[in-house]
Design a protein around this ligand. Structure first.
Ligand SMILES: O=C(O)CCC(=O)C(=O)O
Ligand SMILES: [Fe+2]
Length: 207
């Protein structure tokens, strides 16, 4: 029996963003860092249901570690200029662009979406380093919807150093050299877990 996402009992019905001034930074080492803000997006139950229903999901094969591997999850990318499925996502992207303007020096322009249908969907260890992230510092900002899943981080090829349980509405931003000196993964879990959608905002030419 698939496990359903349990909508929050007290979710406000209006979807709204919290204050990015509340982000907390953890320095990882080698010039990498993560910023985390639990519950950044409030009132997102209906939005989560709509993303599951309306994003044109497709299954993914992706270049990783110099080979093509199947990644067991569904994906869709909103490229530069594409209209996002909800105005609050546009607001979120623009708020992130404004907050990180000095540090990043360019806007977030794409929104990659991933749908983890259950605990068997996952993404293996990787850095988003197919484009510019291979050689330059950059940022990837992840907003999580639905059931909580663990996002793990480790120094490239090393052992797990940081674990974040990303829940409904949570924001996690990987920055600095994170995509080339560290790796991240969303591992499978045998624990019964409901569906999760993540939206990753990236600057141009970061994959
Ligand atoms: O689902 C997530 O939070 C992470 C996704 C990810 O790392 C990726 O698609 O590159
Ligand atoms: Fe990634």
């Amino acid at each position: 029996m698939p496990v359903a996402f349990q909508p929050s009992l007290f979710d406000e019905d209006r979807t709204a963003l919290g204050d990015l001034a509340d982000l907390r930074r953890t320095t990882l080492g080698d010039g990498a860092w993560v910023d985390v803000l639990p519950g950044w997006l409030h009132g997102a139950d209906e939005l989560f249901a709509r993303l599951v229903r309306e994003v044109p999901w497709r299954s993914e094969s992706r270049e990783m570690y110099d080979r093509i591997v199947d990644v067991p999850r569904l994906v869709h990318t909103y490229g530069v200029g594409a209209e996002l499925p909800d105005p609050v996502l546009t607001e979120a992207r623009d708020a992130l662009t404004a907050h990180y303007a000095d540090e990043l020096g360019e806007p977030f322009v794409t929104a990659g979406c991933c749908y983890y249908r259950d605990g068997q969907d996952s993404v293996a260890w990787h850095g988003d380093n197919l484009g510019r992230g291979r050689t330059r510092d950059t940022m990837v900002a992840i907003v999580s919807f639905g059931s909580p899943r663990k996002l793990l981080l480790r120094p490239r090829g090393g052992s797990v150093a940081v674990t974040h349980a990303l829940g409904h509405g949570d924001l996690l931003v990987m920055g600095g050299s994170c995509q080339r000196t560290w790796e991240h993964a969303v591992p499978k879990t045998s624990r019964p877990v409901g569906p999760r959608v993540s939206v990753q905002f990236r600057p141009l030419n970061v994959f």
